[in-house]
Design a protein. Structure first.
Length: 448
């Protein structure tokens, strides 16, 4: 059981993304599970989280691990995201985190986010994965005068609390350096984030995992789960895996009943991306946008965008709540209209690719990597709140050590990532809640 139109969960369809059109194939043969298979650990989900956990469990702990992926490797968010390798895997502000978890754990969380970005950068470098790394730091653009004040306050807060370095840029300075957009009033440049090609990353990761001995079953959706005498049995259409330990790493694509203990705790949300044709240097100069840093704005219903290698523009934003083909088409028009408003001198540049996907939020608005309460040897890693390129990778790697028993949970991850999020009140109303939240955020954005 899933929350959106079945089109969002058609694991047999290849996502029509620019990434699919520009990544080399996996280069390893993966097959659907057939018959009975036994492993120490079975992982549900072949994205960054599932593959990183599987790799670490195999390499560092010598366990027999298999990954069950419903589509092709990276079919979910990992193969289709915006490629911001960045912090931000919670929807709580640092002020809220400090109130709830104290300053020490909040500092630990901030450091973990920075470590997560470095972890991915090093993983790519060490394993020789060319994932088109671009940009140096992340640019946040103030959409209004009020947001300029917020950015200034944020800069001081980040410096005083975490010792973080960032640079405030006026509208004129932004234009001078090649970040001229109609809608931005000022900007804050941090030094943490970089951009990457998400599908090249996840395919590179899968190659490393397979070469290390992880068994990867693609086109193998887990449809049923039973547990008996300390063993879990996961059934797919043509086979079954029996394992003592299971990791649920299906994030926004999780079936509400797999397992029941996770049902009602996650809130998948749609987001959508368009990519233009290659833009000439002259066209970019005319717009005044020539830099490649990953960029987003200060709206609650934010836009995220970056200039890709080869000078295509990628522009993403909220994906509404209707995942049917018609619903997605309507959102694409809205997104394109937003792009034209941001970059009027590029309004003539055609959109060549457009696709959507699901990010995953939780009732606590915090990510989770840890044991699933009430189940023996079952773990979960999910809820990256639209920012999982770095954190899903890092947290799953850390969680693998916890699963193998070599590191204590509290030593591996900060407190705010260790508690299984509670169930939403009246979970069947989650999509209506989201609709209401979008209305509220939209109204707030108009006044802020
Ligand atoms: C359009 C878009 C843009 C985004 N942009 C960014 C960005 O710029 N930066 C950023 O940090 N994050 C971004 N995100 C979020 C980021 O992609 C995710 O947080 C991250 O990929 C999560 O990785 P994961 O491995 O946890 O989940 P996923 O990559 O979603 O993997 C879960 C997998 O589980 C599989 N699955 C589900 N159910 C089953 C089952 N029953 N049996 C077997 N397999 C199953 C799915 O097919 C899927 O492949 C974006 C997401 C989207 C959709």
């Amino acid at each position: 059981m899933r929350l959106y139109h079945p089109a969002a969960f058609d694991f047999t369809t290849t996502v029509p993304s620019y990434w699919e059109a520009s990544a080399e194939p996996l280069g390893r043969t993966t097959q659907a599970l057939e018959g009975a298979y036994t492993a120490d650990v079975a992982v549900i989900g072949g994205g960054y989280a599932g593959l990183h956990a599987a790799l670490q469990l195999t390499l560092a702990h010598g366990l027999k691990v298999c990954v069950l992926e419903a589509g092709d490797i990276g079919w979910g968010a990992s193969g289709r995201n915006g490629g911001f390798c960045c912090p931000g895997s919670t929807k709580l502000s640092y002020g809220q985190l400090i109130k709830r978890f104290g300053i020490e754990e909040t500092r630990r969380f901030f450091d973990a986010q920075r470590a997560a970005v470095d972890f991915v950068g090093e993983f790519l470098a060490v394993n020789g994965i060319d994932a088109d790394r671009t940009g140096d730091g992340e640019l946040q653009l103030a959409h209004s005068e009020a947001a300029i004040r917020e950015l200034k306050d944020e800069q001081v807060f980040l410096r005083d609390t975490f010792g973080a370095h960032s640079t405030f840029l006026t509208r004129e300075e932004l234009a001078e350096r090649g970040n001229d957009s109609e809608t931005s009033h000022a900007g804050l440049q941090s030094d943490i984030t970089f951009g990457l090609h998400p599908l090249k990353y996840v395919r590179g990761l899968a190659r490393v995992a397979i070469d290390a001995g992880v068994t990867v079953f693609s086109n193998s959706e887990v449809m049923d789960w039973s547990s008996d005498a300390g063993q879990h049995t996961l059934r797919t259409k043509h086979g079954q895996v029996t394992a003592k330990t299971v990791l649920v790493a299906s994030n926004g694509y999780t079936d509400e009943t797999l397992p029941q203990a996770v049902g009602g705790r996650l809130l998948p949300a749609l987001t959508r991306i368009i990519v233009t044709r290659p833009i000439s240097d002259n066209e970019l100069k005319a717009q005044g946008w020539t830099r490649t840093d990953p960029t987003y704005d200060t709206l609650n219903l934010l836009h995220y965008f970056r200039l890709l290698p080869g000078n295509r523009f990628m522009f993403g934003g909220r994906g509404g709540t209707d995942a049917s083909p018609e619903g997605m088409q309507a959102i694409q028009h809205t997104l394109r209209a937003d792009f034209d408003r941001f970059f009027p001198r590029l309004a003539h540049v055609e959109t060549e690719y457009s696709w959507g996907g699901l990010v995953c939020m939780t009732s606590t608005r915090l990510p989770f990597a840890g044991p699933i309460d009430g189940m023996d040897n079952v773990f979960g890693a999910f809820g990256w709140h639209g920012n999982g390129v770095a954190m899903a990778s890092y947290a799953a790697n850390r969680l693998a050590d916890v699963m193998a028993g070599s590191v204590r949970h509290e030593d591996a991850l900060p407190a705010m990532m260790r508690s299984l999020p509670g169930r939403f009140v009246l979970p069947f109303l989650r999509v209506p809640y989201l609709k209401l939240a979008y209305l509220g955020y939209g109204a707030a954005d108009r006044w802020r």
